[in-house]
Design a protein around this ligand. Structure first.
Ligand SMILES: O=C([O-])CC(=O)C(=O)O
Ligand SMILES: [Mg+2]
Length: 230
């Protein structure tokens, strides 16, 4: 996808809540698509809107050699260079949402180091159907991550890289590279790129109606208006 096309989609979705996007999908008769299972949760309350960049990992199926700690240090280097690699191996671009299918393996494939490196390149958010680690630092660094669980474990001997830019199953939803991902405290929703404009149109219709309705209630309460009703 060209950067122009990406920016156009991001602009359309930047103010929409997950709930609005859900409504926009319903208005396009997509009731049974898009909503990622509610067990995939944000590490802390935040929101992110981006374009899916996908990668898939599968369980490591081979023997782990018996090594001394020093030999193990070298083996881990070899492992990270050859068997696993950071999610979305190629450089991420501004607006990318890093989407990782780790086949449910109990490892913290995303940590405070690799996710910060992608964040520095412009990635806006991260989602995995597995684990995340270094969570205290991730919260402190304000890197937006949605995951199924927290895991203490490193990749080596447990998981191997399979492919980038492939369809992946995240929480029961097939995410294709290039889909629009919207995530907030309500969870995550994926919008197929080919209907993204139509979905945004009706999501905005619902957001507008909701703002007007809540604004009337604010006014009747004498409550100070905030950005959510203006
Ligand atoms: O090293 C890893 O695979 C994950 C991790 O802890 C980090 O990036 O901080
Ligand atoms: Mg780490």
């Amino acid at each position: 996808m060209s950067q122009d096309e990406k920016q156009e989609l991001l602009e359309l979705y930047k103010d929409l809540r997950v709930a609005d996007v859900r409504d926009g999908m319903d208005w396009n008769m997509m009731h049974h698509y898009g909503t990622i299972h509610h067990e995939i949760r944000p590490l802390f309350r935040t929101r992110a809107v981006g374009i899916a960049q996908t990668s898939r990992y599968v369980p490591y199926q081979h023997e782990i050699p018996k090594l001394t700690p020093d030999e193990y240090t070298d083996w881990v280097k070899w492992y990270y260079a050859n068997i696993t690699s950071n999610p979305g191996m190629k450089a991420s671009e501004p607006g990318d949402f890093i989407v990782v299918d780790q086949s449910g393996v109990d490892v913290g494939i995303l940590g405070s180091n690799n996710s910060l490196a992608y964040y520095a390149q412009g990635a806006v958010g991260f989602i995995t159907n597995g684990g995340v680690r270094d969570t205290d630092e991730l919260i402190m660094q304000k890197v937006p991550v949605w995951s199924k669980f927290i895991s203490q474990k490193m990749n080596q001997g447990r998981i191997q890289f399979e492919a980038n830019d492939v369809p992946v199953n995240i929480g029961g939803v097939v995410i294709q590279p290039g889909d629009v991902i919207v995530a907030d405290g309500d969870g995550v929703i994926a919008v197929p790129r080919k209907i993204a404009k139509e979905v945004a149109q009706y999501a905005h219709q619902e957001l507008k109606a909701d703002k007007a309705g809540r604004r009337r209630i604010y006014e009747s309460m004498g409550r100070e208006l905030d950005a959510s009703v203006i």
